[in-house]
Design a protein around this ligand. Structure first.
Ligand SMILES: C[S@@+](CC[C@H](N)C(=O)[O-])C[C@H]1O[C@@H](n2cnc3c(N)ncnc32)[C@H](O)[C@@H]1O
Length: 237
């Protein structure tokens, strides 16, 4: 990362921070790529942190997030299913539903589940998306998905309150990696966003320890940090 760009990006962020901070911890309306979102006070704001928009945009546009040929969002046999782990406002789940997946969003934070349900209604995808409260894969035991999406908490530590679980987790990365093979359909793929801020290496190591193949799908340099979307599957792609 170029030092001058890094310095400029940090300066720009420090100027923006007081304005952005006013949008945390209160009910606000946001927009990502034309999708309007209600953000409840105890829910991760997907506009303040760039990982959500990068993952949502990738889901909307990448061939890696296209439903497998012949599968559709119609319920039943041959249905294309996506799992949005740690759904927050439901933004990524909404993009997956718009892409043609029947999508399940899971979050440990009950306020996130309420918020995501509101946003599914606001965006007219409530017939293609459902939200369940629970810890990682617990609410989807025995179910399989063609696409698993995760914008995880980037940092280590015990969350101090519900909203803090969006940033911090003790062993979320390792438990997610351990549960992923059981949730992926045979031809399934996960798209995971990680940043140079945070413990990305731990997630990548944990995924490889499960025998999963990890490849870079998209990478974006924001000056102060680089975000990467990794494509994870059973076999090299
Ligand atoms: C970085 S936020 C991402 C939210 C949303 N997907 C987005 O991109 O805007 C991480 C989310 O994971 C949730 N989360 C953290 N630990 C979890 C766990 N053990 N099980 C399920 N969800 C969890 C948090 O509550 C939070 O909503």
């Amino acid at each position: 990362m170029n030092r001058f760009r890094q310095g400029l990006a940090r300066l720009w962020l420090s100027l923006q921070r007081p304005i952005l901070r006013r949008r945390v911890g209160r009910l606000v309306l946001e927009r990502i790529d034309g999708v309007g979102l209600v953000v409840l006070p105890e829910v991760f704001n997907p506009v303040i942190f760039r990982s959500s928009a990068l993952l949502a945009h990738t889901v909307a546009t990448s061939p890696l997030a296209a439903p497998t040929d012949g599968r559709s969002a119609a319920p039943g046999e041959g249905e294309a299913r996506a799992l949005d782990m740690g759904t927050g406002t439901g933004v990524v789940a909404i993009f997956a539903a718009r892409r043609g997946f029947h999508t399940v969003g899971v979050d440990i934070n009950p306020e996130a589940v309420r918020c995501a349900r509101i946003n599914a209604l606001v965006n007219h995808v409530e017939d293609r998306v459902e939200f369940r409260q629970g810890n990682l894969f617990d609410p989807v035991k025995g179910e399989h998905f063609q696409l698993v999406l995760f914008n995880p908490p980037f940092f280590r530590g015990a969350p101090r309150h519900a909203l803090d679980a969006a940033w911090r987790g003790t062993d979320v990365m390792e438990r997610f990696a351990a549960g992923l093979p059981g949730a992926l359909a045979p031809e399934g793929r996960a798209l995971i966003v990680l940043s140079t801020d945070g413990d990305a290496e731990a997630m990548l190591r944990a995924l490889r320890e499960q025998g999963l193949a990890v490849a870079v799908a998209t990478r974006r340099d924001y000056g102060n940090e680089i975000m990467t979307i990794y494509a994870v599957s059973r076999r090299e792609e």
